[in-house]
Design a protein around this ligand. Structure first.
Ligand code: DLZ
Length: 199
């Protein structure tokens, strides 16, 4: 191993997942907005690199990280119910999908295949940080298990502002750090593809 190599971080998947048929939602908080913007951009750029179409990426925002679980669950449920009513409309009285019509499961009308929840929590002088981190991480985990839709944990829980900046690739030091939004984009495409394959 090279002297400067690190064992930390994610190893790229050997499989090259194709995002072109996937629908992905990004739900982000507005607290610590400069950092959020860099992370959201990293995630969107990566989704597009992996083939996810512009019209298949939906971005919604909420005030703070505490609101993420509610928003993620509502966005997933909304997309599922819109997709099933579109499917019912398309199928119509015959119960058959016209071969000229787009299949709602694979187009911009389909349910989301994955959601990336993005927030930046920075520890302050009270216990707020601990309570929000705990509630949000448990909430997001519960939602993906309950809905069967992968939720990517894009919530930075940083002890200092510098830690958060570095993890968004906009650190104050010369190296700038690594944008974790990029990893979340890759994780969304991989998990969405695997969830389709496994279900
Ligand atoms: C209140 C609060 C605090 C102190 N810190 C953060 C933070 O670092 N990051 C974040 O995303 N949100 C923070 N919030 C706001 C809460 O998440 C939430 O928006 C409010 O408590 C309203 O429910």
């Amino acid at each position: 191993m090279a002297e400067d190599a690190t064992v930390k971080g994610i190893q790229p998947s050997a499989e090259n997942f194709d995002g072109s048929k996937l629908r992905v939602a990004i739900v982000h908080a507005r607290w610590n907005k400069v950092i959020i913007d860099a992370l959201v951009k990293g995630a969107i750029d990566t989704l597009k690199e992996r083939g996810v179409q512009d019209q298949s990426i939906t971005v919604v925002e909420v005030p703070g990280s505490f609101e993420l679980p509610f928003a993620v669950k509502t966005v997933i449920q909304g997309s599922k119910s819109r997709a099933s009513s579109t499917a019912a409309d398309l199928l119509g009285a015959t119960g058959l999908l016209d071969s000229n019509m787009e299949d709602p499961a694979t187009t911009s009308n389909g349910p989301f295949d994955a959601v990336i929840a993005i927030g930046v929590l920075i520890k302050g002088s009270t216990m707020h940080f601990e309570y929000i981190c705990d509630a949000v991480s448990h909430g997001l985990m519960r939602i993906q298990l309950e809905t069967g839709i992968p939720v990517i944990f894009g919530v930075l829980t940083a002890l200092t502002e510098d830690q958060a900046l570095e993890r968004a690739g906009i650190g104050r030091k010369e190296s700038k750090g690594h944008n974790h939004g990029v990893d979340w984009g890759h994780a969304a495409v991989e998990m969405a593809s695997k969830a389709r394959e496994w279900s």
